[in-house]
Structure formats: structure tokens, C-alpha cells
Design a protein around this ligand. Structure first.
Ligand code: F0G
Length: 360
């Protein structure tokens, strides 16, 4: 039997990525994430739509950032860099830390103190990054990273590093391959707006290569307290329970506006309650656990299907950017009505609990 070992997205898509035959690839087998067709949500909302979720939370460090990080770290190492740096709301720092460990270089990560999910903090520490908690938010961290990279020998691996978007565009390739065509709509949560930009690049490259005949309308959903694309200007004190997208100064501002215009899509915002409600809906009716920020894509799509902005008969892909396990506190905090009983370790007690809680 011949070996078909999957060796990561750079190897798979090397014809579309800026690498040479002899480039040393820093990979953890990222990419190839499931595209799950929702069976129950369309029925629950009473609409005839085909909704798929691209479960990016199944990447090696639990978010889509691994797609960009394999490229950014591969190129940093190729260029002789010994250290990388990023500001992060948690997922970029986890990915940077892991890929730096894999490459044998140092990762410096700046995170907003007290404002990143517990799982992400555990990752940065466990993978051995130098973790700098700042008394400030992501936007301030990003500014500091840009300034320090002028003065210290570190490579920035935030999405302003163009190799990040190169890696992330491969998610669009995978979607086109699985569906046999581009979807009609692609919905994403938006923070810095790098990922929506990267997806558009991917769809555009496959159109140009003749591997797709169309491109989707791109829809970006923000958290209401952190929605500069809805306000039309930068926001100085962003707030949301979806800490991954607690960003007021998006780094890909102009690029994302171009994506919106070229694709004919739009931006919209969701309240924290809508985000959490969607996170629960997806977990409890489809068995898919994503982190709060990720649920913004599906929550927005559901609303726009209900209000007719997305017509019935459409094929929709929602990116679930990160894994629900990243943020156990927010998950447990909203499951006050979950059935969890403490009982004696006795057969009778277990049996009673079953009989009282059988559905139907
Ligand atoms: N969803 C999750 C789970 C994220 O972690 C991020 C960004 C986004 C969506 C937004 O993506 O910035 O490309 O528009 N997280 C960054 C980080 C900022 O530091 O982990 P974007």
C-alpha cells in the first residue's frame, strides 16, 4: 500500500504558495478540517437553505490561525529569524507558540491581561512562549509589536505579515474542492479582518485557475461592542464576551472593505447574547462546539436567512474559527440550566436519574 500521509497545507498547496522545493516546512498537519452540513438548524429556523460549517477548531492548536502560522513561521525560519512576536487575543499566540516550538525558535506573545480565554493562556504557557501580559487591549499590543520590531530582531507573525494570509487562503481552496464549487455566501467573524481577506484571495485564485466558476458574497459579522466596520471608524474601547474578536482597530481595514465591495457582501453586528445563543444552538442541536467569536458567523447567517437578505435555496458556508474548548469559563457560565446532578454512587440513584430525565 502506498503512503498517503497528510503533511500539512503548504505541502498540499505548494503550487499556490510562496515556497521553494527545498524550503524546510514547519508544519503540524494543519488544514483539511471538516466541512459539516447542518442537519437540524435549517429545520429549526424553518428555512430551505444548505448551511455548512467549516470547523477550523479542529486544527492542531484549535483555531484557523494554524493555517497562517505554518506559512509565517516557515518563511521566518527560511529567512534566518530566531524569534517571532505577535499581539493576540489568544489564538494567534497559541499558534505562534506551537509553531515556534516546532521550529526551535522563540515566540514572544503580547496578550491583554485578564482578557484571553483560559485554554489559550494554557497553550501559550505550555508551548513555552515568553508571555507578556500587558495592561492594555489587543490594539495597544499590536501597536507595541510594530514599534518593537523596528528595534529588536523579531519577526512579526500577526496577519500584517503577508505570509499569514497566504496560508489562510487555503481554507477557501478546501471548501471549493469539497463542494465542487464555491458557495453562494461565506460568513465569517471579523476582528482584524485578515481571515475574510484571505478567504477572498483563495476564492479569487481558484476562479482565476479555472477551478471555480463563481465567488461567494463575503459577509463579516462583528460583536456589537467591537464593531468598527459598522461604525465606519476605529473603536477605542472595544468590549465583548467574544474576547477573540475584541478588536477596535482592524489591521486589514482597507482590504476588508474591498472584499465587501468586490464580492457584493456586507458587514453586520451581533450582541453578546445572540453570539452565546448561537454557540449553544450549534452545540446542542448539531454537536459542534465552537468558541463564542466563531458563533458570530452562524448567528449572523441565521438572522440574514430569516430576514431574507440571504434567499432560500442558497448554499452558505460559515467558518467556525476556533474550538469551544478554548474558553471553558464562558461555556460553563452559560450552562446554568444544564442537567448536572450530584448523586450517591448507588445503582438506585443512577436509575432514578435516568428515569426522571429521559427525553420524551
Ligand atoms: N475568530 C477567532 C476565534 C479569532 O481568534 C479571531 C482572531 C477571529 C475570529 C477574527 O479573525 O482577525 O482575521 O478577522 N483572533 C486574533 C488572535 C486577533 O489574536 O488570536 P480576523
Amino acid at each position: 500500500m502506498s503512503s498517503k500521509r497528510y503533511t500539512g497545507l503548504i505541502d498540499k498547496y505548494r503550487d499556490y504558495l510562496p515556497v521553494h522545493d527545498d524550503t524546510r516546512l514547519i508544519s503540524l498537519g494543519e488544514g483539511q478540517t471538516p466541512l459539516i452540513r447542518l442537519n437540524n438548524v435549517p429545520r429549526i429556523i424553518g428555512k430551505d437553505v444548505d448551511i455548512y460549517v467549516k470547523y477550523e477548531g479542529l486544527n492542531p492548536t484549535g483555531s484557523f490561525k494554524d493555517r497562517g502560522m505554518t506559512m509565517a513561521v516557515t518563511k521566518a525560519v527560511e529567512e534566518g529569524s530566531k524569534a517571532i512576536i505577535c499581539a493576540s487575543t489568544g489564538n494567534t499566540s497559541a499558534a505562534a507558540a506551537a509553531y515556534a516550538a516546532r521550529a526551535g525558535i522563540t515566540a514572544f506573545v503580547l496578550i491583554p491581561e485578564g482578557k484571553i480565554a483560559m485554554g489559550k493562556l494554557a497553550q501559550a504557557m505550555m508551548y513555552g512562549a515568553v508571555t507578556l501580559q500587558i495592561r492594555g487591549n489587543f490594539d495597544e499590543g499590536m501597536q507595541l509589536v510594530k514599534e518593537v520590531a523596528e528595534e529588536a530582531p523579531v519577526t512579526i507573525v500577526n496577519s500584517i505579515n503577508p505570509f499569514r494570509l497566504q496560508g489562510q487562503k487555503t481554507a477557501a481552496f478546501e471548501i471549493v474542492e469539497e463542494l465542487g464549487a464555491a458557495p453562494d455566501y461565506h460568513c465569517l467573524p471579523v476582528g482584524n479582518a485578515g481571515n475574510i481577506t484571505a478567504h477572498w484571495m483563495g476564492y479569487s485564485e481558484y476562479l482565476k485557475a479555472g477551478l471555480a466558476n463563481t465567488r461567494p458574497k463575503m459577509i463579516g459579522y462583528q460583536a456589537a461592542g467591537s464593531a468598527p466596520f459598522m461604525r465606519g471608524h476605529m473603536v477605542d474601547k472595544p468590549e465583548t464576551i467574544a474576547t477573540a474578536i475584541r478588536i477596535g482597530h482592524p489591521q486589514s481595514w482597507d482590504k476588508a472593505w474591498n472584499v465587501q465591495k468586490e464580492s457584493g457582501g456586507w458587514f453586520d453586528e451581533l450582541t453578546d447574547d445572540e453570539i452565546l445563543q448561537t454557540q449553544r444552538l450549534l452545540a446542542q442541536h448539531e454537536g459542534v462546539f465552537c468558541e463564542p467569536a466563531s458563533a458570530a458567523s452562524l448567528g449572523g447567517a441565521i438572522r440574514d436567512v430569516k430576514n431574507g437578505k440571504i434567499p432560500e435555496g442558497s448554499k452558505i458556508v460559515c467558518t467556525l474559527t476556533g474550538n469551544g474548548l478554548k474558553d471553558p469559563d464562558t461555556a460553563i457560565g452559560q450552562c446554568k440550566n444544564a442537567v448536572m446532578l450530584t448523586i450517591d454512587a448507588k445503582l438506585g440513584a443512577v436509575k432514578d436519574s435516568i428515569l426522571k430525565n429521559m427525553a420524551g
